[in-house]
Design a protein around this ligand. Sequence first.
Ligand code: DC
Length: 233
Amino acid sequence: MNTPDIITIDGPAGAGKSTLGALLAHRLGYLYFDTGIMYRALTFAVLDRKLEPQDSTAITELARTLDICIRPSASPDERHPTVLIAGRDITHDLRRLRIERNVSHVACHQPVRAIMRSRQREIGLRGKIVMVGRDIGNVVMPDAPLKIYLETSLEERARRRTDELRADGRAIQIGDVASDVERRDSLDRHVTIPAPDALIINNDDLSPEEEVEVILAHVAQNQWRPSVVSGRL
Ligand code: DC
């Protein structure tokens, strides 16, 4: 089967983008690239240097110079690659609460986004890649041949996140998780926009494996746009 060289997957927090992205990349033998990790790594560096998440100038300078290295996962869970900043392994810090609480603020500065988007596009242009994020199909890779946008109800996203946290041994109430998901939605809303030509998949009632089948059926029907992807952001 002829497959699109670049596949983008966007959607809100908790929609299952990374699970789907890693699975699809694995199926196709593609690289899996979660762009949110770059914002998380930058947030780690911001807090580590005791910068204010609101300090656009200092964070822009940091984003320009920070050496973020993302390597394929060292664990069997392909959703979580190994991440180094300036040679320091911060993989296990990226999901911590203090990163969750600050990352939307760090990611909202436009000059910071411009730097991140340009780096993401450089990686995307290598091809044979599944890129996951919020603005990938719409802004970073608008010329990608296949764009997916995941929709999931708030209730379902809260339920999945609660299950995940409980599996990690955290005693947590679904209502608190739902409030947190809503808070993140409102902070990230300005960047989470489906590309006009995205395939929209509501996955409330689909497993990740079923989603992969939906996407591969779509690809097999040649419902994607082979395109010449080139140039810079
Ligand atoms: O997908 P995630 O939860 O790891 O994303 C972390 C943060 O980064 C979240 O606040 C949204 C932001 N983000 C973004 O603004 N643009 C992207 N392409 C990916 C993530």
